[in-house]
Design a protein around this ligand. Structure first.
Ligand SMILES: C[S@@+](CC[C@H](N)C(=O)[O-])C[C@H]1O[C@@H](n2cnc3c(N)ncnc32)[C@H](O)[C@@H]1O
Length: 296
């Protein structure tokens, strides 16, 4: 499966027990921030954090960050996090702004708190508006408390075009279940651009989805499930790098019967058929896979 230098590893459900303390910390933080986990994210998050090493004082990019938890976790631990996503997150909820220092890389990347409150005042209906108002006031008060030294910098941009970031400027790139939402050609461009901004010796530590030996598109979640061969090619890993794809079926069996993930499935899955676990019916169709690529 490789080393901390180059690695390709289908993630095992054993991570939940092996990284129990981290699982508890992440669950607690998600509760505080009002965030939910994707169905396999506790495996992805614990695997990435296991490999990450030093956090405090590092410039870390969260690639395809959305509003996901790892950026808030890393900022809490003292990192400067470049939070990149092609989604417009300029109206980032105030409760997330209250957790860490947050700013936009460019002025348009983050609206002021008062602009967000004004937008909510004009778009939300009566009861929801007052509930949000009181939560926002709480967030603003919480945001006045002294914060630790970490920071989140929002950059609403495609990962293939990071023109605001200089060559060799980022210590590490982490990515949680995001890069699979790119075609193979698109992902090649993303990896090239991520390697440009990484410092020499810096690493991409990413999780994606895999369905074994062939590339496959999972229509409900609009994500590619990449084979070992494609991931090795796109991330420019050695073709003979050892991986655990020989164990795919056994690990898939363990995932299907993993009560901890099944019984904690987030509520949002049951509201739609267009996601990784359509209509909230526990039936994993693919597995999370971790990739580590080091820039020469
Ligand atoms: C399933 S979400 C995961 C979000 C987050 N990593 C988390 O832990 O919740 C995938 C995100 O990746 C982003 N994404 C995928 N490909 C991207 C690209 N090429 N450029 C920027 N964002 C991208 C999507 O916009 C989406 O917000």
């Amino acid at each position: 499966m490789g080393s901390d230098h180059a690695c390709l590893e289908i993630l095992s459900v054993n991570l939940l027990d092996e990284e129990r303390q981290r699982v508890d910390e992440l669950r607690h933080l998600a509760g505080t921030l009002g965030l939910e986990f994707g169905w396999h994210y506790l495996l992805d998050l614990t695997w990435v954090l296991r490999h990450l090493g030093t956090i405090r004082g590092q410039r870390i990019m969260d690639a395809g960050a959305g509003t996901g938890i790892i950026q808030w976790y890393l900022a809490q631990q003292g990192a400067t996090v470049y939070s990149v996503d092609r989604l417009d997150r300029s109206a980032l909820p105030l409760r997330l702004r209250a957790h860490a220092r947050v700013r936009g890389l460019r002025p348009a990347d983050m609206l002021s708190s008062s602009a967000v409150m004004e937008r909510e005042r004009t778009t939300l209906a009566g009861g929801a508006r007052s509930r949000r108002f009181f939560r926002n006031v709480q967030s603003i008060l919480r945001g006045m408390l002294p914060r630790r030294e970490g920071e989140v910098i929002l950059y609403n941009e495609d990962l293939a075009h990071l023109s605001e970031l200089q060559d060799n400027s980022i210590d590490t790139i982490v990515s949680i279940s995001s890069l699979e939402h790119n075609t193979p050609e698109g992902l090649e461009g993303v990896v090239t651009e991520m390697l440009r901004v990484l410092k020499p010796g810096g690493r991409i530590i990413a999780t994606l989805c895999t369905a074994g030996q062939t590339d496959w598109f999972h229509e409900p979640s609009k994500g590619m499930c990449y084979s070992a061969a494609t991931l090795k090619r796109i991330f420019q890993l050695p073709a003979d790098l050892a991986d655990n794809y020989g164990d795919y079926e056994r690990q898939m069996g363990e995932l299907r019967t993993c009560a901890e993930l099944r019984d904690n499935l987030a509520m949002f899955y049951s509201r739609s058929g267009n996601n990784g676990m359509p209509w909230g019916k526990w039936d994993p169709q693919y597995q999370p896979v971790g990739v580590i690529k080091t820039k020469a």
